[in-house]
Design a protein around this ligand. Sequence first.
Ligand code: BEZ
Length: 403
Amino acid sequence: MSGLTRRRFLASSSAAAAGLAAGPWVGKSWAQGGPIKIGVLLPYSGVYAVLGESITQAMELVFAREGGMVAGRKIELIKEDSEAKPPVGVRKADKLIDSDKVDLLTGPVHSGVLAGIRDKVHNTKTILIVSNAGADQISRERCSRWIFRTSFSNWQPCQPMGGWVAKNVAKEVFQIAPNYQAGKDMMAAFRETFLPAGGKVIAEDYPKLGETDYAPFITKIKQSGAKAVFAFFSGSDAVNFVKQYDQFGLKQTIKLTGAGFLTEPDVLPAQGQSALGVITGHFYTPLLDNPVNQRFVREFKEKYNKSTDGFACQGYDTAEVIVRALKGVNGNTQDKMKLVEAIAKVEFDSPRGRFRFDPKTQNVIQPFIYVREVKEVAGGLNNVVIDRIADVRDPGTGCTLPV
Ligand code: BEZ
């Protein structure tokens, strides 16, 4: 994101329209028609800046459609740049919860930020709607009644891909991902179905998040004897890795596959022809043929002059969940358990298909994980669906932690 765009994002702490109408309730802030404060903790700088931008833009599209109001209360977004760095994210979450006293929190993008803020969110009973970070532990041993996830668990786009790659691409694979929780989660999920299908992991490697020179890693891949690569990179890491993989001449000989983030439309224009032929698994592509998605793609293009992507779909769904749940409780944010119950019940047609939470994990059930190949269609590079796996739920078995 350019400095100007970043400043514009952070300067507008309110997405909403003016004009306040008090509701029929009695608690202090909403009796006065006070705004509903939503803390938005996303990266607006650093490796994952483009992800934060897409999520925010789509949320603002939905809130604008509602006239910036829900149940008679203005929606106020308080944005903080997590920089995709856990210590920064933790500090900013503390500020949003303790000083701004937000009614709801959304974000983050980085699994380490999510792991870092989880206990604070849980202990302060702050409702968090995770709009990207996939840390598997949040659907499992560290789940919380106060945390929902509209995006994915890291397991979801990768576990179905293991068996698919073993069957359709190669049985000798090199795994590579940034060296932090999300990378480790995704590579482990892939192996769950890859190994039983007869696959062999030739080697794995974990460059630092924000690496810019992948030459040493690509040289290892070249010398390894692997027939394919399964990779997770996102944001500027995805641009650098995919371009350098092609520049070193590996694209023709060692098939590049990965988690969908590798070739999302936020990075495809910068990757250009280097991305052609890359195969990834994801819950979304702008090419999905349903009326909600077609409208979303059209309106997003009109407003921002760019393509939707999975991150934008996550922002759209986060805002839809917030709007629908708040309407369900008539704008009452004081009774937090009632709001949690309203969120859990939300269901709607999303650009990705039917949206609903799994009651066992409070994580979204993916209607499909699509196997997609980057092809030149409709006048540009696109993730074209070549196969799909239905009803992908994280295997978390239930939150047993006390409310
Ligand atoms: C994560 O850290 O959980 C993550 C970041 C970017 C894309 C996908 C997952």
